[in-house]
Design a protein around this ligand. Structure first.
Ligand code: EPU
Length: 433
């Protein structure tokens, strides 16, 4: 097991470039097998969840070639099976997009129930509702989602509550169904739009992605394409919040500022200076920040994936703040770890954190409970006095490419070591003391 050691107290300064959006990439890479032609996908993040999905595609018989660190060529002509039932499938959430992709192309799919971060119960009933509306029979058997249809027929689908995953999965299957599908109360998140744009670049006919009504006219065949994935709004947001937390001055490059508006608004409200450029944002903080109230919501509201970073920043801000999680019911596990560092946070009714800003955090040994909670603890380590050890960094590496080296380039004192390598830990501490 690996861990980060961080010596806190350095201001982050300089420039950082954001990579491709993990949550868009998962949908796009799964969708790429829906044609027999070769698809070239650029700006793919080099992270663990993507490596796992690539392995899953290869196990199905797809040819996946990494032509450089961030570019893949995918060919799904020789898919040999529609059954994806390996441990890898169960390790990530995004593997559920194979149901929509295989069902759309082959009218059959058997895919193990997905894994992913333990941040709530994460049912897939809305995905099933989407597939069933298109005429597919769906059963959960032996831990597999088994979907089959003689024909997929376009249909109106209404989601009572918005779901990113169910919207993307339904779009995947519907773009190769007969006739027109309308998804009402569709998720509007940027990655829904990116997957729709990618499918359209392959010859699909999807209109309205980014609004709450998506209209899809089914096509019989998709073709090859070259496509570049949008920047990761969560990676961008994490660096914006880390810059503010360290009282630094960071230019976060290769972003779409529109996707960051909810973060920018909250940062400015508590006293951070944020300047927007065409494809970059500059984040500066030079004083103690103020308090605020935040509720996570679907896009364009404040993203649940930035909730831990927000709470962490507020833990040392002036006054009392309230952060309410409305998307996932179990997304405050990192709070116990922050408390070990001296934060004063009380979680009530399991979805509301009441944060009384303290003057400082102090370094401690903490455990990353999930991807975003882990990134927030690294942020806490940057703010804390002394040394912080963040254990279980594999969670963080699932979604952030070269996290520690990007942080190091901004001046953070952080390194990754094997948890059992006490010599390396001592050496790092001596070197930076
Ligand atoms: N939900 C259901 N039934 C469903 C689907 C969703 O009840 O069939 C519920 C969920 O339990 C949750 C809410 O609806 O309470 C929203 O879930 P959604 O489907 O929108 O999320 P997801 O597809 O499971 C994706 C991202 C998450 C991100 C959310 C919200 C991927 C692989 N995951 O999850 O990303 O938090 O959308 O934007 O795209 C992360 O990157 O760290 C991460 C957790």
């Amino acid at each position: 097991m690996e861990q980060y050691i961080i010596k806190g107290g350095t201001q982050l300064k300089g420039e950082v470039s954001v990579g491709g959006y993990k949550n868009a990439a998962l949908g796009i890479i799964a969708a790429a097998i829906m044609t027999d032609d070769t698809v070239k996908v650029e700006n793919v993040p080099d992270i663990r969840d993507i490596d796992i999905l690539i392995q899953v595609l290869q196990d199905l018989g797809a040819k996946v070639e990494r032509i450089n660190k961030h570019t893949l060529k995918i060919n799904g002509a020789k898919i040999e099976t529609v059954t994806a039932d390996s441990d890898n499938v169960r390790k990530i959430r995004g593997s559920y997009y194979l149901v929509g992709a295989l069902l759309g192309k082959y009218k059959r799919a058997q895919v193990a129930l997905p894994g992913g971060c333990n941040i709530g119960s994460r049912p897939i009933d809305r995905h099933i509702k989407g597939f069933e509306a298109l005429g597919s029979e769906v059963k959960i058997e032996h831990g597999l989602i088994c979907a089959k249809a003689d024909r997929l027929i376009g249909a109106p689908i209404y989601f009572d509550e918005s779901s990113v995953g169910a919207t993307i999965n339904t779009m995947l299957a519907a773009c190769m169904a007969e006739g027109q599908t309308t998804i009402e109360n569709a998720a509007k998140e940027p990655h829904v739009v990116d997957v729709a744009n990618f499918l359209n670049s392959m010859g699909a006919n999807i209109k309205g992605a980014g609004t709450d009504v998506i209209r899809i006219k089914g096509v019989t065949k998709l073709h090859g394409s070259e496509y570049s994935i949008i920047p990761d709004q969560i990676e961008a947001g994490t660096f914006m919040f880390a810059a503010a937390a360290s009282k630094g001055d960071v230019l976060v490059k290769n972003v779409i500022p529109k996707h960051l508006e909810a973060f920018t608004a909250k940062l400015m409200e508590i006293g951070v200076q944020v300047e927007e450029f065409d494809d970059a944002v500059r984040v500066r903080a030079d004083k103690r920040l103020g308090s605020t109230h935040v509720k996570t919501l679907v896009y364009p509201g404040f993203l649940t994936d930035m909730q831990p970073q927000m709470t962490t920043l507020l833990s040392v801000s002036n006054g009392t703040s309230i952060v309410t999680e409305s998307i996932f019911e179990n997304r405050f596990k990192y709070v116990d770890e922050l408390t070990k560092m001296g934060a004063s946070i009380k979680v009530v009714e399991s979805n509301t954190a009441i944060i009384t800003g303290v003057d400082r955090l102090t370094g401690a040994i903490v455990n990353a409970p999930d991807l975003r909670g882990g990134a927030a603890l690294v942020m806490a380590g940057l703010m804390a006095e002394g040394f912080t050890i963040v254990e279980n960094v594999e969670y963080i590496e699932r979604g952030y490419e070269n996290f520690e080296s990007k942080m190091q380039k901004l001046g953070a004192i952080i390194t990754k070591v094997d948890s059992n390598d006490s010599k390396a830990i001592k050496k790092f501490k001596l070197k930076v003391s």
